[in-house]
Design a binder for this molecule. Structure first.
Ligand SMILES: [Zn+2]
Length: 272
């Protein structure tokens, strides 16, 4: 169950097109439909089109997304344009779709980075490590124990038992996340999960991986045992609303947004 759960949850993941683009592609576990021999026979010109396009391009980065059911959790792949090295952020319940995307894009994972330890964000870690045994796992120091504790990572509450390999490196607020050529700033924002971290890359625009802290016109749940709405709101105002308005927020669920939009329109944490 630990590493195979995702295999039981359907065979398709949705890859969305560029930000604001309605286009999306259905992508099977084995190969995209546009590469199927029959499809290629009937629509040969379409096989020349890229199968997976970035969710967003932010010089010098490209970000791709895989959505995992049943929680519609976003796994992100970030790379520097033209380079194979990527970070895998929050691999969820459909690790085969993540692996398929990595293969299709000919990426080379450099690390798994986790915003927090809830099961829908960590379920894919084990399967990815089966494929890439040397891949280091990074998570905030306060959520590391959730990786190996099905009660703490909330999977036990759903009647399943999700665990992950333990962390190889712990993230702390104010200390940069550095993996190869990747460098991001890190902040700790408790409230949804005690050890939740957010991190942002200085691209053009800035790219913020917000996990379940801040969503498009929403925030993460705070009714879990270690939840704290006041801490969540305070962290958002202190660490996120001080980023540039143009900074793009890539949340753990749902569509991207911007810091400027949330400062104006977020009904849960308005900027007074
Ligand atoms: Zn969560």
């Amino acid at each position: 169950m630990e590493s195979g759960y995702g295999k039981n949850i359907g065979i398709q993941a949705v890859f969305h097109g560029t930000l604001g683009d309605a286009g999306c592609w259905l992508f099977t576990r084995t190969k995209p439909i546009s590469r199927h021999p029959v499809f290629a026979l009937v629509f040969p010109w379409l096989t020349l089109m890229p199968t997976i396009t970035p969710l967003i391009q932010s010089g010098p980065f490209e970000v791709f997304r895989v959505v995992s059911r049943p929680f519609y959790e976003n796994t992100y792949l970030i790379r520097r344009v033209g380079e194979p090295a990527c970070l895998v952020i929050d691999p969820g319940f459909e690790p085969d779709a993540v692996t398929a995307a990595i293969d299709e894009l000919e990426l080379e994972p450099a690390a798994i980075v986790l915003t927090h330890g809830h099961s829908d964000h960590i379920a894919g870690v084990g399967p990815l490590r089966d494929r890439w045994p040397e891949l280091p796992v990074l998570i905030g120091h306060g959520d590391a124990e959730k990786l190996t504790d099905p009660v703490a990572n909330l999977s036990a509450g759903y009647g399943i038992s999700v665990t992950s390999p333990p962390a190889d490196s712990l993230l702390r607020g104010g200390e940069p996340l550095v993996v190869g050529a990747f460098r991001a700033e890190v902040a700790e924002i408790p409230g949804h999960s005690q050890g939740h971290v957010v991190f942002w890359f200085t691209g053009e625009p800035v790219l913020v991986f917000a996990g379940d802290v801040l969503f498009h016109e929403g925030v993460g749940r705070t009714d879990f045992p270690d939840g704290d709405f006041a801490a969540l709101a305070s962290g958002i105002i202190t660490h996120l609303y001080t980023l540039p308005d143009t900074a793009v927020v890539l949340p753990g669920h749902g569509e991207p947004t911007t810091i400027g939009h949330e400062k104006q329109h977020n009904p849960f944490v308005p900027l007074n």
